[in-house]
Design a binder for this molecule. Structure first.
Ligand SMILES: Cc1cc2nc3c(=O)[nH]c(=O)nc-3n(C[C@H](O)[C@H](O)[C@H](O)COP(=O)(O)O)c2cc1C
Length: 188
């Protein structure tokens, strides 16, 4: 069983990265093979213009890293999305990856490959007094629905300073537990 973390933040050692480490540690303890991809390290361009007929669409940017990453996603049983809130949404690095699904909207390989996965989310946001996590969780749940996945939960933390979440024992423990829970769900 494979667990893959997709990190939307460009901050290595940042808050979502730290939570992802805890999640993957829990998943590994529960027996999963683990992998992490920093989307910011990948050359994934925004979606190009697409035709209206789904089956005739052409991905004019197919020579970048998107296909390599989506192949890793398809191989995984568990997807954990590490996304800080950026301006009421997910970081552009992650949105570019997601938008490219539309190039292959009706393609069998994508539709068969993406379904029936276990999904989880790790969300950090800087607002000190207002829960901003819904800006990530709501779209993410719509993606889970689109790909007929199982959403096992999220860890959402109000934290701004780079890596400060690593000192928040409760949040780190919750991410570790979520990793174990995801493996248990994927094993069913
Ligand atoms: C470009 C940018 C946009 C942000 N937008 C928001 C926002 O809309 N709401 C919020 O609460 N925090 C916002 N933040 C704060 C981050 O979500 C917060 O610092 C988070 O902990 C960063 O996670 P990371 O360490 O994984 O990068 C923003 C930060 C950046 C750099």
């Amino acid at each position: 069983m494979k667990a893959l973390a997709l990190i939307g933040s460009p901050r290595k050692g940042g808050n979502t990265d730290c939570l992802a480490d805890a999640f993957l540690e829990g998943a590994a303890e529960a027996g999963a093979e683990i992998e992490k991809i920093y989307l910011d390290d990948c050359n994934i361009r925004p979606v190009c213009e697409l035709g209206d007929e789904f089956l005739k669409r052409v991905d004019l940017r197919a020579d970048d890293d998107w296909r390599r990453v989506v192949d890793r996603v398809i191989e995984a049983d568990i997807l954990v999305w590490g996304a800080p809130v950026y301006w009421q949404g997910v970081p552009a690095q992650m949105k570019c990856f997601v938008d490219r699904w539309s190039c292959y909207y009706a393609a069998k390989w994508l539709n068969q490959g993406m379904v029936d996965k276990v999904w989880a989310a790790l969300v950090c946001y800087g607002h000190p007094s207002q829960d901003e996590s819904h800006w990530v969780i709501e779209p993410l749940k719509a993606w889970v629905h689109r790909w007929r996945g199982e959403y096992v939960g999220d860890v959402c933390v109000a934290v701004a300073k780079k890596g400060a979440v690593a000192e928040m024992d409760e949040a780190m423990a919750a991410a570790r537990e979520l990793g174990k829970k995801a493996v248990a769900a994927a094993a069913k």
